[in-house]
Design a protein around this ligand. Structure first.
Ligand SMILES: NC(=O)c1ccc[n+]([C@@H]2O[C@H](COP(=O)([O-])OP(=O)(O)OC[C@H]3O[C@@H](n4cnc5c(N)ncnc54)[C@H](O)[C@@H]3O)[C@@H](O)[C@H]2O)c1
Length: 368
């Protein structure tokens, strides 16, 4: 019998330096008897040589379409748009199960090719919790971006281009330096502090030197009284990390901001949750997603009042590709080791069942 295998494809999305498999997790799979093919990729944060050193077989960039169809292809982000049939098994985020733009066209490719999609967003353990998610580093990077925006604002400047950091230490040192050596004295409030993103945001604030008392950590209990919350206006940086699942009163709005006028301490809002277009967005003070090249959007605060800006970048973990990939891939590893029993292992069997349901919906939508 041939060895189980995975084929790590290159990522084609601009700025995407993260990877679903790292040299560390590849080695663990190889040690467990897997064969790992890795497409050469200049864009990936890990060098090709790091994979080669642990025993991966390097293959040409973007050569997965000619891989044997028995080898599952693993990647992170969506494949470039195409109508080519997909005969392989793909493990990735496909963003096509919630009727996102083009969803049925993406699934049609699997219908035409006979392939299978295991969407990582829907790989859950038996308690229904996702086996792997990027939340921690989204919060961590979001808090860092917030601190950078605060530093820029103190110099009377907007925050310029954000580029991925080589590693966490580089990010922390850079943020500290721009804050004049340490974040001590800065006050931050994190809502959703018990979740993945929230824990990441709190960790960053600790690592850049905020006093523990200056990191306010709120979750369900603290917001139960219902917003808007004047406490938000009394910190320098507010980071929203909640998982929005129902209609809730706003945490902050333009009226409460205007009411405090010049007394407001709040300078930067980081909306990690990014429910920007959701009608129940609890931060209805902005309406666009910001980007790495233009990370902040100003809030209308009224003539003569101190500035306030929002960061609403929806792919924050890309700022810390190495650590984000290591954590994510490490969390995915137990499921990958289980992949050979995918017919019976609940994580995979449930994901395949969901794929088949969504495929049927797409077939109906496209009248195939
Ligand atoms: N911007 C990005 O790059 C990025 C990346 C990853 C995740 N996200 C988003 O971040 C959000 C959080 O993700 P997560 O993985 O941390 O979720 P999670 O489920 O791990 O944590 C969410 C936390 O929010 C709390 N919460 C929910 N409603 C609340 C309320 N009304 N008041 C106070 N606390 C509340 C929950 O109790 C929980 O502790 C999601 O919307 C996710 O899509 C954004």
């Amino acid at each position: 019998m041939s060895k189980p295998a995975f084929w790590l494809r290159c990522e084609k999305k601009e700025f995407e330096r993260r990877s679903a498999l790292t040299p560390t997790t590849s080695k663990k799979l190889i040690d467990a008897g897997f064969e790992i093919f890795v497409e050469r990729d200049e864009q990936r944060i890990f060098d090709d040589s790091e994979y080669e050193a642990v025993g991966c077989k390097l293959v040409d960039n973007n050569s997965w379409p000619s891989a044997p169809t028995s080898v599952p292809i693993i990647g992170l982000k969506e494949l470039p748009e195409s109508t080519d049939p997909l005969p392989h098994t793909h493990i990735q985020f496909a963003h096509c199960y919630k009727r996102q733009a083009g969803w049925s066209k993406v699934l049609s490719r699997f219908h035409h090719g006979g392939g299978t999609l295991y969407d990582i967003e829907f790989l859950n353990d038996t308690s229904g919790r996702r086996v792997a998610a990027f939340g921690f580093h989204a919060g961590f990077a979001g808090a860092a971006a917030g601190a950078l925006a605060l530093a820029a604002q103190r110099k009377g400047q907007p925050l310029g281009l954000l580029t991925p950091y080589e590693n966490e230490t580089d990010m922390i040192n850079s943020v500290r330096e721009l804050l004049g050596g340490s974040g001590k004295g800065v006050k931050a409030l994190v809502i959703g502090a018990l979740g993945r993103c929230g824990r990441g945001a709190v960790d960053l604030f600790r690592k850049i030197g905020l006093d523990e008392d200056d990191i306010l950590k709120w979750d369900m209990a603290e917001t139960a009284k219902g917003g808007p919350f004047s406490e938000i206006l009394d910190v320098d940086i507010f980071v929203n990390c909640i998982y929005l699942s129902s209609k809730i009163p706003p945490f902050i709005n333009e009226r409460t901001i205007a009411a405090v006028g010049k007394q407001r301490r709040l300078s930067v809002v980081v909306d990690v949750s990014c429910d920007t277009t959701n009608p129940f967005n609890p931060i209805p003070i902005y309406n666009i997603n910001t980007t790495f090249d233009n990370p902040t959007v100003p809030v209308q605060v009224g003539e003569g009042n101190p500035p306030l800006s929002v960061i609403s970048i929806d792919h924050l973990p890309t700022l810390l590709p190495r650590e984000a990939s290591e954590q994510f891939s490490g969390d995915l590893l137990p499921s990958l080791l289980d992949f050979p029993s995918r017919q019976t292992a609940p994580t995979w069997a449930n994901a395949e069942k969901l794929f088949k349901e969504k495929l049927a919906e797409a077939v109906a939508e496209e009248k195939l």
